[in-house]
Ligand binder design. Structure first.
Ligand code: ZN
Length: 165
């Protein structure tokens, strides 16, 4: 079957900076060993990838470039924040350009990019690390199936279509 809204698509992908063909991939599902499983039409993927998967079927291989507005958005100014080092678990290892997870006041976690490391505080950038970048995706469709009613109700795919415990 061809992928459409409410299809569950399993696919391998790698993604790198489109401006640099020799760049290390930011992410590579084969290195992680498992294809990604996604329910189409439920905003599980960046819009550019979601659009590109529509109409594909098992075995399709293709490459796409996705502009920032269809990926992680443009970089926004004003998202820098100065945070005391005590809030970082690994402050002494952090360098500009690295990403790390910061605990938020409400007990959640946020991925941030290190902008500048000072004596007692670190300036972090709350932009997504891939904001402002055109991304090059290499995609191979492993499987396409219709979603189970429960997956549609939950808004995400379940491995093998089975409910989670
Ligand atoms: Zn679920």
């Amino acid at each position: 079957m061809r992928a459409e809204n409410n299809s569950v698509v399993s696919f391998h992908y790698s993604v790198r900076d489109a401006a640099d063909a020799a760049a290390e991939p930011y992410d590579d599902s084969r290195k992680r060993g498992e294809p990604l499983l996604a329910l189409l039409g439920h905003s599980q993927l960046v819009p550019g990838v979601e659009k590109a998967l529509a109409g594909r079927e098992t075995g399709d291989k293709f490459e796409i470039d996705v502009a920032p507005e269809d990926a992680y958005g443009e970089r926004q100014e004003g998202l820098l924040q100065r945070v005391p080092k005590k809030y970082f678990q690994n402050a002494q290892k952090l360098k500009p350009g690295m990403t790390t997870v910061l605990q938020t006041k409400d007990g959640g976690q946020r991925m941030v990019t290190i902008h500048k490391v000072g004596m007692s505080a670190i300036d972090v950038d709350h932009n997504h690390p891939l904001a402002g970048k055109t991304l090059h995706f290499d995609i191979e469709i492993v499987d396409v199936r219709a979603a189970a009613p429960e997956e549609i109700a939950h808004g995400h795919a379940h491995p093998g279509g089975h409910a989670h415990g």
